[in-house]
Unconditional design. Sequence first.
Length: 232
Amino acid sequence: MSETLRTLGSQEIIFHGAFLGKICEFIHAKTIVEIGTQYGKTMRFLCEAASRVNGMVFGYDYFDKIGKYTQGSQGDLDISLKALSEFNNFKLTKINTMSDEFAEVLKKDTRGKIDFAFIDGCHSYGGVKNDFRKVFPLLAKEGMIAFHDTFSHVGLRKFVISLYEELNDGTFDIINLPFGGGNKRHGITLLSKRSYPNTNTGISNISHDPQLPPCDIYTLENTWYNKMKARK
């Protein structure tokens, strides 16, 4: 454990919802998805971020006892609605994300394009894998997914390995942050689509390296990107 975390004990300086909200603001996410809304605490930050770009947040939860969620950890629709009462840019749906219906609902709500998704639903290996498989096909070319509790929960630790191996199609990068909740260290894993090679644009300053034509760099990016996909 780092010296900082030892000093702070179990103190949490920043709630993960605030962190994720800032990411959404940074990437200008207009269509945001949260799987596992629970009580709406994180979704407040997502709604705040979406409001800055006239965006929308879609939250999904079973909002009842299910599986291991029977001792007060299950979501509550009324509590969530109360927590989000100051916002008008969200939609909550009571649904089992393991169902085939969920894939259809998700695609319809988001119109087939998700800029940012926070997956914090079923914490089993099979549960998070299911949610990923339903979200990822709809992820925008410059989209991101955040997974919660990837350091503390055994199934999610295994899932992260799957992201590097069987689930990796060569189109995204991953960063693991074994932090959150003070020394409890819940963990957040960020998945970001490899969007640089998809743009073929963006270089606006060549003053430091005038000998490097932007078109050559775009070609290098695409060559590398295609090589990574071919490996998978």
